[in-house]
Each structure stands twice: as structure tokens, then as C-alpha cells.
Design a protein around this ligand. Structure first.
Ligand code: HAM
Length: 419
């Protein structure tokens, strides 16, 4: 019998976790600048939070991990952050203060998808939701924040793709036009798209199936069927983004993989070799009825989420360092039990003063202790042998200059502090 990780999951080992921590810190600091506050919602929700009547997307209907708990309750591991955040927003009446509520989150999500590079069954997202307003300036703020995220990280080969799928009126008008266009091609469409034709025709637009692509190429686009109100909203969003010099491309085919969207939708794409189809780093959009669907007032909202594995991979491909080289202040090297005890005592005293110091607990030769010290990039070696111990002294060696001096133990802290 062997013990292996669940298909589509991965371990973050110590040599990688620093990059994750650095990305999380970057995100927290940036979102904080924009006055978004963290919300932490459960990884599981009652299934009805995701499986709503109006949510017929593949992601929710086919890819969720659903199970019954011992109390016969239907639960779902969250496939994304938005629905749970809005459930919490409504349940905790965060709308009561009559303000725009600006939330961010970082956490794992679960989708039963075919795993491949950049696509996992458990994956991490960070995202924001600005809830409580339909003001186009909020769309622009949220898109600007998504853009700032990649700009400040230093990613170059990235595009912001923008579209509007309109309000309810535009959407229902457009659906009719699209179904009329697609129906004569019904027999040529992929099986998935035939199924979507009744339920969710918009999703056919971003189908990756080769047989659909050609048909879709000439399909009418939602952006050409916007109501006057939706057109005006989208124009204001674009104006605000232009004023901020956010470079974006209008892409009429972006409809997104969830059904709750209306008006503005956007995706952040990376042109990174080796990414293949998984080149979307993040995406989001406006949703005007989800708050109400989850039992709250009719309030508009907009948000986005980035996939963190893809983002970290993109940063690696563009050679962007997130983590500065970390050095140990000092590494203790000892020779016998008494010098080991003394090292242990001295090093833990130094830790109380926030020095980053370490020693080996495995019985090791001088040479292998030295190797470990150099691997850990220790700035100093503190060497204690029989003679040093007798005289209450230590050898302090600077690993950069190779200068070594004999100093009294009680001056160690002072020496490390000023050197
Ligand atoms: P989404 O487009 O489904 O949107 O996911 C956002 C990002 O999560 C994707 O662009 C991708 O980078 C990453 N992602 C999705 N699935 C996987 C996977 N299986 N493995 C690795 N990464 C993945 C949402 O989730 C919406 N909740 C975004 C949003 C927030 N809309 C409004 N507010």
C-alpha cells in the first residue's frame, strides 16, 4: 500500500512556502491600500448556496464536491469565493451600514476538473468583492485593483480583457438572437453546446471545442445588443479606466464561467509559454442579483479572483523574485555534550532578542555542521570547543570576510548586534 496525495492536489514544501507567504503579504498590503478588509468564510457551505436555480454553469452543476454529513445535510466544498462571501454578507447584514462593503479573501477552492498544469482540484484564490453599489466607478476601481495587482508584481506579458454582457433586458434580448443564430447549426455543435443551447446559450461563446469555434466565430455578440442603460454603464466604466490609463482590450467573446454575471466582465490573461489553455490568471465581473438571490436586498456588486498557482507560475516564468534571500544571523558549531549544552543555552537566549540563529541536533562532524551553516547562509559561525567553554569564550567567524575572533560569551549578543 502506498500513501499519495489526492489527485489534483499538491503539497507546498518549505522551499516553496516562502513564495506563497510573500504573495499573500503583497496581496494583503495592496488590498489594504484600497481599503478592502479581509473576510474568512467556511470552506464548506450548505449546497444551496452554490446550487441555485439561476446557476447552471458547469462549474457548479458538474464540478462541485457534494456530500452529505452525518446529519443528512447537503454540503458542498466551495468551488469559488463569491457565493460564500455574499451568503455571509447577507446573513451578517453587512449591508446595514449603508456603505459600499469592500471585502477580500485568500483561500482554497475545490473543483472536480481534469487536472493539468495550472489546473488543480484544490487550488488557491485571492479575490475581492465590492458589495452594495452599481456605480460604474466601482467597476473601474475593481478592475484597476486587478490591474495594479499584476502591474506591481511586475508581470509584463499580461492583458486585461473587458466586455459587457449587459443587464437583464440586454441579456434576454441577446439570448434570443443567439439561439436563433445557433439553431440551424445544432447538428454540428459539440454535445456540451447542444445541451447549453436551451439552458445557457451564452457559454457556447467561449467554448473550447473545435467544432464550436468556427460556428461561434461569426455569432452575434452580447456587446452589440446592450440596452441603452447597459451601454451607458459600460461607457462610464471605460471612461474611468481611460482616465487611470489602464490598458484594456475589448473582447466581445468573454462571458465567464459562472451565470451570476451581468454588465461588466473581465479577464486577466498571461501570454506565457507553456501555459496552454490555462492562461487566464484571473477574472471577475459585476453581479446584480446574487445578493437578492441569497436572501438580501437588491444590491449590485462586483469582484474578481486570481488563481494563485498560475500567478506564481507566471512570476517564475518571467523571472520575478518574490522573496529576498534570507540569511541566518549565526549558526552554532559544537564538539561534545558540554559545548552542545552551552550552544543550546546561548542560541535560545539570542532568539529571545530576535536573532535568527540555529544549530544541529543531529550528531554531526565539524565538517557537516559547517556545511549546514553555509547552506543556511549563516552570516556568522559561533564555534564552541572544550577550550572556549573552559574560558567562557566563543570563536566568532564572519563567513563573508572569513575573519575570526575569540570573544567572551557574554559579549556575543552585543557583537552580533553591531557587526
Ligand atoms: P473564475 O474565473 O472561475 O472566477 O476563477 C478565477 C481564477 O481562479 C481563474 O482565472 C484561475 O486563475 C483560477 N482557477 C479557476 N479554476 C482553477 C483550477 N481548477 N485550478 C487552478 N486555478 C483555477 C471565480 O472564481 C469568480 N468567483 C471570480 C469573481 C469574484 N467574480 C466576481 N467576484
Amino acid at each position: 500500500m502506498s500513501f499519495v496525495k489526492v489527485k489534483g492536489t499538491y503539497d507546498v514544501l518549505p522551499n516553496e512556502s516562502k513564495r506563497w507567504q510573500a504573495l499573500e503579504k503583497f496581496v494583503r498590503d495592496l488590498f489594504n491600500t484600497f481599503k478592502y478588509e479581509e473576510i474568512r468564510t467556511p470552506m464548506m457551505e450548505y449546497s444551496n448556496v452554490f446550487h441555485r436555480e439561476n446557476e447552471q454553469s458547469d462549474m457548479v452543476t458538474k464540478e462541485t464536491y457534494n456530500f452529505k454529513d452525518k446529519g443528512d445535510r447537503d454540503l458542498t466544498l466551495r468551488p469559488e469565493g463569491t457565493a460564500g462571501v455574499i451568503r455571509s454578507y447577507v446573513e451578517n447584514k453587512l449591508y446595514a451600514n449603508n456603505r459600499l462593503t469592500k471585502l477580500y479573501y485568500i483561500g482554497p477552492n475545490f473543483r472536480y476538473e481534469r487536472p493539468q498544469k495550472g489546473r488543480y482540484r484544490q487550488f488557491m484564490q485571492f479575490g475581492v468583492e465590492a458589495v452594495g453599489s452599481s456605480d460604474p466607478f466601482v467597476d473601474a476601481e475593481v478592475i484597476f485593483l486587478a490591474y495594479e495587482t499584476i502591474r506591481r508584481l511586475g508581470l509584463k506579458g499580461v492583458k486585461v480583457k473587458l466586455n459587457s454582457i449587459g443587464d437583464d433586458l440586454s441579456k434576454s434580448n441577446y439570448k434570443k438572437v443567439l439561439v436563433d443564430y445557433l439553431t440551424p447549426f445544432k447538428d454540428q455543435l459539440s454535445a456540451d453546446s447542444i445541451e447549453r443551447l436551451n439552458k445557457n446559450p451564452l457559454r457556447i461563446l467561449d467554448s473550447k471545442a473545435p467544432e464550436d469555434k468556427e460556428i461561434v466565430e461569426n455569432a452575434p455578440l452580447p456587446i452589440n445588443y446592450l440596452s441603452d442603460a447597459a451601454k451607458e454603464h459600460f461607457n462610464k466604466v471605460k471612461e474611468a479606466l481611460d482616465a487611470l490609463n489602464v490598458p484594456y482590450i475589448i473582447d466581445g467573446k468573454i462571458v465567464r464561467g459562472l451565470d451570476y454575471y451581468s454588465h461588466t466582465v473581465f479577464e486577466i490573461e498571461a501570454a506565457i509559454p507553456g501555459f496552454g489553455a490555462q492562461n487566464t490568471l484571473g477574472g471577475g465581473g459585476r453581479y446584480e442579483s446574487l445578493v437578492e438571490e441569497l436572501g438580501g436586498p437588491r444590491l449590485g456588486a462586483i469582484g474578481f479572483a486570481f488563481g494563485m498557482e498560475r500567478l506564481l507560475y507566471a512570476l517564475e516564468m518571467e523571472n520575478i523574485q518574490l522573496v529576498n534571500e534570507e540569511r541566518l544571523d549565526a549558526y552554532f558549531i559544537y564538539f561534545d555534550e558540554p559545548s552542545k549544552s552551552m550552544s543550546f543555552k546561548l542560541l535560545n537566549e539570542l532568539r529571545q532578542d530576535d536573532f535568527k540563529v540555529d544549530m544541529s541536533y543531529l550528531p554531526k562532524s565539524f565538517k557537516s555542521q559547517l556545511k549546514e551553516a553555509l547552506d543556511l547562509k549563516a552570516k556568522y559561525l559561533v564555534i564552541i570547543g572544550e577550550n572556549e567553554l573552559k574560558d567562557q569564550m566563543v570563536q566568532l567567524k564572519n563567513t563573508d570576510t572569513q575573519i575570526q575572533e575569540l570573544i567572551p560569551m557574554n559579549q556575543l549578543k552585543e557583537k552580533l548586534g553591531v557587526l
